[in-house]
Design a protein around this ligand. Sequence first.
Ligand code: HEM
Ligand code: NAG
Ligand code: NAG
Ligand code: NAG
Ligand code: NAG
Ligand code: NAG
Ligand code: NAG
Ligand code: NAG
Ligand code: NAG
Length: 536
Amino acid sequence: MRSIVDFIPSFLLPVAFFAFLPFVRASLHYPDPLTSRLEHILVDTDGAFRSGFKDAITPCDNYVSGSQLLGRETSGQWLRVAFHDFVTARVVNGTGGIDASIGFETLRAEDTGSAFNDSFAFWRPYVDAHTSMADLVAVSVVTVLNNCGGLQVPLRGGRVDATEAGAFGVPEPETSLKDTLAEFANAGFNAADSIGLTACGHSIGRVHHGGFAQVVPESAVTPNNTGGGINFDATRGTFDIDVVLEYLGGYGQRGGPLVTTDNVTVRSDLRLYESDGNKTMKTLGQSKDYFFTTCRGLFQRMIETVPKEVALSDVVKPITVKPVNVSFDLNSNGDVVLAGSIRELSMTSSPSSATIDLLTSHVVASTTAKSIGQTGSSIFGTTTYFPFSITLSRPGSSLPTALQVTFTGQRSSKFSIEPRLFYSSSLSSASIIDAPPAGSNDTSATAQFNISAVAAEIMSDVEAIVNVPTPQQGTLAPKMVAHAVRLSKNEYIYSGNVKLNVDTTLLAGVTVDIVGTGKSGKITDSYNRVTIDARA
Ligand code: HEM
Ligand SMILES: *[C@@H]1O[C@H](CO)[C@@H](O)[C@H](O)[C@H]1NC(C)=O
Ligand SMILES: *[C@@H]1O[C@H](CO)[C@@H](O)[C@H](O)[C@H]1NC(C)=O
Ligand SMILES: *[C@@H]1O[C@H](CO)[C@@H](O)[C@H](O)[C@H]1NC(C)=O
Ligand SMILES: *[C@@H]1O[C@H](CO)[C@@H](O)[C@H](O)[C@H]1NC(C)=O
Ligand SMILES: *[C@@H]1O[C@H](CO)[C@@H](O)[C@H](O)[C@H]1NC(C)=O
Ligand SMILES: *[C@@H]1O[C@H](CO)[C@@H](O)[C@H](O)[C@H]1NC(C)=O
Ligand SMILES: *[C@@H]1O[C@H](CO)[C@@H](O)[C@H](O)[C@H]1NC(C)=O
Ligand SMILES: *[C@@H]1O[C@H](CO)[C@@H](O)[C@H](O)[C@H]1NC(C)=O
C-alpha cells in the first residue's frame, strides 16, 4: 500500500501566495454551477452527452410514462404542469408561482390527471444541489416550445422548491368565467393575458376521457387511444397557431373539447375565448408572428412568476466554448492533473482540435485536444467535444489560475481555475453498504462515503458537504439534504468518512462540496458528482 505522502505532488510543498480571484473554482462550472447545468439541459438535446429531456418529447406526441396506446403525450403534460404550478400564485403577496408546490397537490380535484406525477417522475433523477424541481418545470416548458414549434422562450434559473402544498385556485372546466378570471388575476394575469395564455397552452395536447369524462365522452376511447384523448387542434404535438385559426374558422377541432363539448357547463375555453366578444382571439389569429411573439411573452411571464424571496438568474444563453466536467485530481503518481472536456457549439463548421493552455501570468502547461467522433446537435448548433488531460508534475512550476482554450483562427477563451483546494475523485470512494434484498421495491439504502480533498496550502475548517436528494412524503420532488463531514488533515490530504441514508433511484444527484479556509479566506470546490458503487 502506498503511503499517503506518495500522493503529495512535490510542487505543492513550497506553498506560494495566490492572488485572491473571486468566482474561481476547482471544478470548472462555467459561468457558475446553476447556469452551466441549465445550459446543458437547454442546449444538449441531441446526440452525444445529451441530457435526455428532448428524448422524452421525441416525437412531440410521445408519451414517456407509459404505453403509446394511452394516447397521452409528455409535451402537453409538461406545459400543463407548469400552468397548474404557476396559476395559484398570489402576486400581491409574493407567494407561489413556479415553485414545484404542484407536486404536493396532485390529489386535489383541481389537479386531476396523471400529468403531475408522470412529469415529476421523469424530472426526479435530475434534481440536485443546483437543480431545483421548480427550475426543471421551467426548463421543460422552454424545451417543449423550442423543440415542438420553434418558439424560443428565455430561460432563467434559481427557482426554489416549496416545502409544502400552496394555495388552491386552478381553473377547472366547470369553473365560472368570473372565478376563472379572478384565479388568473391572483397570478397577475388580466383577461386578455388569460385568454392568450390558455390559447397558447391549448395549442399542444389533448383533453382525455380518462380524467375528464364530463368533457370527453367514452366514445373517444379506442384500442389505440385507451385514455380517450381528443386534440385541441389538428396538430397535438406542435406549438402553432392552429388552435386559434380552427376556433375562429370553425373547422378542424374548432378549438377543441373545451369549446365544443355537448356539456355546456364545461365549455371553459369557449366561455373564456368569447368573454370579450372574441376580440383577443381575433387579435391572436392575425398572424403567426403575432401569435408567437405574444405567446413567448406570456410563457416567459408564467415561468418567471416566482415567490418574492426568489432572485432569478440572468437569461441562460447557449455558450460557445464551455468546459464540461473539468476538475483537478491526483493521478496514481501523485501528480496534480486537470482533466475534462471542452464543448464547442457552432452553427457552421466545427474545428478539429483545440490548444489548451494553463496559465499563471504565463503559460505553464499546454496540450492539444482532438475532437472525439461523437457530436451533439440542437437548434443552437452542433456540439463538438475535446477531451483533455494535463499533468502538472514539474517541481517548481507554479499552480495555474486560468485555463485558456484556442481554436485555430479564433479568439481564445479564458476561464479561472482554483487549484488551492479540490475534491479528489480518485482518493474518494462511495458504495452502498446496506440495501433491502434484491427484488424489493424499497429503494432506501445506506452508503459509505470516504471523501478526500487535496490542499495546496494550510487550510483550517476543511469540510465536505454531501448533498443528497432525499425522498419526501406527498411529492415526487426530492428534497436536498446537506450533510457536513469534518475532514482531518494528513499532510496535504484532508479526509473523512460518513455513512448516509440514500435512495437508490436518486444516486445520480449526489454531489460533494469541499469547503476550507485558507490564507486569503474561504475556498469552495462545489458540485462534484460522486459515483456510488452498488454493494460489493
Ligand atoms: C381556464 C383555464 C384552463 C382550463 C379550465 C384548462 C383545462 C384543461 C383540461 C381539462 C385539460 C385536459 C387535461 C387532460 O385531459 O389530461 C387541459 C389540458 C391542457 N392544458 Fe389547460 N386549461 C386551462 C388553461 C391552460 C393554460 C393557461 C395552459 C398554459 C400553459 C394550459 C395548458 C394545457 C395543456 C398543454 C394541456 C394538454 C395536456 C395533455 O395533453 O396532457 N391550460 N387543460
Ligand atoms: C395576501 O395575504 C393576506 C394576509 O395573509 C390575505 O388576507 C390575503 O387574502 C392574501 N391575498 C391573496 C390574493 O391571497
Ligand atoms: C356536465 O358537467 C357537469 C360539471 O362537471 C357535471 O356535473 C354534469 O354531470 C355533466 N353532465 C353530463 C351530461 O355529463
Ligand atoms: C388508431 O386506430 C384507428 C382505427 O381504429 C386508425 O384509423 C388510426 O390510424 C390509428 N392511429 C394510430 C396512431 O395508430
Ligand atoms: C366567438 O367565436 C366563436 C367561434 O367562431 C363563435 O362560435 C362564437 O359565436 C363567437 N362569439 C361571439 C360572442 O362573437
Ligand atoms: C460529464 O459527467 C457526467 C457524469 O457526471 C457524464 O454523464 C457526462 O457524460 C460527462 N460529460 C462529458 C462531456 O464528458
Ligand atoms: C411494495 O411491495 C409491497 C409488497 O411486496 C406492497 O405491499 C407495496 O404496496 C409495494 N409498494 C409500492 C410503493 O409499490
Ligand atoms: C472507507 O472507510 C472505511 C472506514 O475507514 C473503511 O473501512 C473502508 O474500507 C473504506 N472504503 C474504501 C473503499 O476505501
Ligand atoms: C403522486 O406521488 C405522490 C408521492 O409519491 C403521492 O403521495 C401522490 O398520492 C401521487 N398522486 C397521485 C395522483 O397518484
